[in-house]
Design a protein around this ligand. Sequence first.
Ligand SMILES: Cc1cc2nc3c(=O)[nH]c(=O)nc-3n(C[C@H](O)[C@H](O)[C@H](O)COP(=O)(O)OP(=O)(O)OC[C@H]3O[C@@H](n4cnc5c(N)ncnc54)[C@H](O)[C@@H]3O)c2cc1C
Ligand SMILES: NC(=O)c1ccc[n+]([C@@H]2O[C@H](COP(=O)([O-])OP(=O)(O)OC[C@H]3O[C@@H](n4cnc5c(N)ncnc54)[C@H](O)[C@@H]3O)[C@@H](O)[C@H]2O)c1
Length: 449
Amino acid sequence: MGEIEVDVVVMGLGVGGEEAAGRLAAAGLNVVGVENTLVGGECPYWGCVPTKMMVRAGSAIAEAWRIPGLAGVATVTPDWEPVAKRIREAATDDWNDKVAVDRFTGKGGHFVRGTAEAVGPNKVQVNDQVYVATRGIVIATGTSAVIPPIDGLAGTPYWTNRDVVELEVLPSTLLVLGGGAIGVELAQVLARFGVQVTIIEGSSRLLAMEEPESSEVAATALAADGVTIRAGVHATKVSYEEGFTVSLDDGSTLTGEKLLVATGRAARLAGLEALGVDTSARFVKTDEWLRAGDKVWAVGDVTGNGAFTHMAMYEADIAVRDILGQGGPAADYRAKPRVTFIDPEIGAVGLTEKQARDAGLDVRVGYVPLSSTTRGFIHGPGNDGFIKLVAAGGVLVGATTAGPAGGEMIGALSVAVHASVPVSTLHSTIWAYPTFHRGIGSALEGLLQ
Ligand SMILES: Cc1cc2nc3c(=O)[nH]c(=O)nc-3n(C[C@H](O)[C@H](O)[C@H](O)COP(=O)(O)OP(=O)(O)OC[C@H]3O[C@@H](n4cnc5c(N)ncnc54)[C@H](O)[C@@H]3O)c2cc1C
Ligand SMILES: NC(=O)c1ccc[n+]([C@@H]2O[C@H](COP(=O)([O-])OP(=O)(O)OC[C@H]3O[C@@H](n4cnc5c(N)ncnc54)[C@H](O)[C@@H]3O)[C@@H](O)[C@H]2O)c1
C-alpha cells in the first residue's frame, strides 16, 4: 500500500471538520478531508437546520392558536407534508452533499469519501490509502446518539433524531426517552402536529442541566401543548410488537406507536488509538489551542466542550489559527451560549446559579418574569418566560433568557459575560422600550439590592 504525503488530514467533515479543512485548504495547505457520510455532518442534515424548520412550523401553528382574543378567529389544520418537503428539498437536498463537497474542493481541498482510521501518530488510512500528515491531523468525528443499555431496547426498531427528521408521515403516538434539548424540541413540535407525546426523563426535571426555572417553563409549555411528562422515572424494559411497551421503575408501563431515544450523545472515538488519544475516556481531551497531542487537534462535539454548532465553529477557528501559526485568542469557555428552541425559547450563557455557587463564588441573582415587563404585558398570550442574571465579583457569570425572543435576548448577555462588562455599566445602559430585552434592566435591579 502506497503512502501519500500531505500537510493536513481532517477526520470527519461535519460542522467543525468542514470549517477547519476548508479554511486550511483556502490558506494554501494540501488538505485531505475525509467523510464517511455527508459533508456538513449532523447539523444540516439531521440536527439544527431541519429541526429548527420543524420548530418554525410548530410555532406558526401555536401563534395561530393565539389569534382568538387577540385578532379574531383562525382555523388551523396542521399538515406535516409541507414540513417534510421543506426539509427534504430546501434543507437537505434530499440528503445529498454535492454542494458541500464542491464547496470544499472549490477551496482547493482534496475530498475522500470513506472512514478514516489512524494507523500511526501522523498517518491516516482511508479505503486502502495511507496519508502521511506532515503538519497535523484534525479529529472532527463528532457524536452519535447514545442508546442506553435498557433490557430489550437494542432489538427494537427505536428511532433517533435521524428517523424523526426524515419522517414523511407522523405516528399517532410517540414515547420520547430523554427530556434534554432533543427530546423537548421534538416533543413540542410533534405534539403541535397532533401526535400524542410522552416524555420519559430519568432526572427529576426536563432540561436538567439548565436553571430550574427553565425546566419549569419548559414543562408548563409542553404540558399546555398536550405533552405528558414523566420525570424522575427510569425505563427498565422495552419490548416491541406492532407498538412499543416501556416498563418504568415505578411499576407502571407506557405504550406508544414509536419510541424516540434522545438520551444524549457519545463521541465517535473509533480508529483514533494510534494518535495517542485515550479512547476509554468519553471525549477527546484538548488544551486551550484544541491540541489533543503532538500535531493532533480535535474540534467540535468530540471534545465534549459543548455539543453545539457554534462551539464546533469556534473550536475549528482556534485550531486553524494554531496550525497556521496565526496566534490570536485561545479557547475561553466562560461564555458558552446555548438556546433550546422550544416555545418559549430558552437562551442561556455561562454558569447557572447552582454552578456558580458550587464554584464557591459569592453569587447575586437578578430575576424578572417576562409577563411583568411592559413588552410581556403587550404580548399577552405566549408571553411565558423570565430573565435571570447570575453575578459574582461585579460581573455577570451567567444568564438565562426565556421567552418569545429568548434566543435573541441572550446575545446581549453573552457579550456581557464574555467581555466581563461591569454590572454597573450594564445598569447604566439604555434598553429600548418596549422590547423584551428591556427586561434585562429590570433584572439588573435585583443584583444591586
Ligand atoms: C436533533 C439535533 C438538533 C440540534 N440542534 C442544534 C441547534 O439548534 N444548535 C446547535 O448549535 N447545535 C445543534 N445540534 C448539535 C450540532 O448538530 C452539533 O453540535 C454539530 O453537528 C457538531 O459538529 P461536529 O463537526 O463536531 O460533528 P458532526 O456534525 O457529528 O460531524 C462529524 C462528522 O464526522 C464523520 N465521521 C465520524 N467518524 C468518521 C471517520 N472515522 N471517518 C470519516 N468520517 C467520520 C461523521 O459522519 C460526521 O459527518 C443539534 C444536534 C441534534 C442531533
Ligand atoms: N437547540 C440546540 O442547540 C440543540 C438541540 C438539540 C440538541 N442539541 C445538542 O445535542 C445534545 C444531545 O441532545 P440530547 O437531548 O440527546 O441530550 P441531553 O444530554 O441534552 O439530554 C439527555 C436527557 O436524557 C436523560 N436520560 C439519559 N438517559 C436516560 C434514560 N435511560 N432514561 C430516561 N432519561 C434519560 C438525561 O437525564 C438528559 O436529561 C445536546 O446536549 C445539545 O448539546 C442542541
